[in-house]
Design a protein around this ligand. Sequence first.
Ligand code: ZN
Ligand code: ZN
Length: 296
Amino acid sequence: MNKNKESKGNKVKANFHMHTIFCDGKDHPEAYVMAAIARGFEAIGFSAHSPISLRENGRPLFNNGNMRASILDLYFAEIARLKEKYADRIEIYAGLEIDYLATDNQQRIKEYVARADYTIGSVHFIYDEQSGKYYSIDGSAEHVAQTFAEVGRGDNRECARAYYNDLVKVIRECRPNIVGHLDVIKKQNKNNLYFDEREDWYRRLIDGVLFEVVQAGTIVEVNTGGMLRGYIKEVYPSPMILKECLRREIPIVLSSDAHQAQDINGYFAETVELLRDIGFTKQKTLRNGRWIDEVF
Ligand SMILES: [Zn+2]
Ligand SMILES: [Zn+2]
């Protein structure tokens, strides 16, 4: 990426969606802290994929890069160490990205949530009630094709309903501060391969989700991660959904879902432009442990 473009006009100096070597990221948390300080950031938050409890033959049911429960203490201890070490230069928060799985041990998830400074609620695997199986919604083209075929059973709308149904559940059950990559279901939907987001049935699904978001007082994440990794050419969620968020006065937070330190503000400058074009003037950010408005 063009370095000049990255820094020019970039008013957002925070990122609360970052993955490190504690889950599926490449760099140590301290590398992110250094990168953030170098770029003039004022606050950052780590969001390791929460451990999952579902097991098959004694092993985790998925390998989604989740943090192992056995290193949870180490994770919080390391972030606490960095918080203290860099206290005079940047605010650092220990968050979690809850990888919601409908049949997982929800009690354990509540325990994780209680330990974190903040949480992002995300769905990466949809639970198909009929077969009792999980299917990837943000995986490879091949995996997502299988998901639409098997969960949709000939009707892609059913697959979208199953996804948004689980997303509503994570909002209701886990009460995350932030809802992560809200329409990640479009990741492999190039050329409307599976659905057209402009159609009424899809807009109604989104309406239902945003209703829940308002009820729960959740922040909607504007996530550049799909662009950073070259899957899609726009942010999650789509401008169509962002316009609805603005109309309903739903707060937003910009993040890059960084998996390496150099990506902490990838596509931020362009996305701030997009958000301004839509009509947004501010986002949420954590300061002194509270979510406050930050004008951009
Ligand atoms: Zn995610
Ligand atoms: Zn993530």
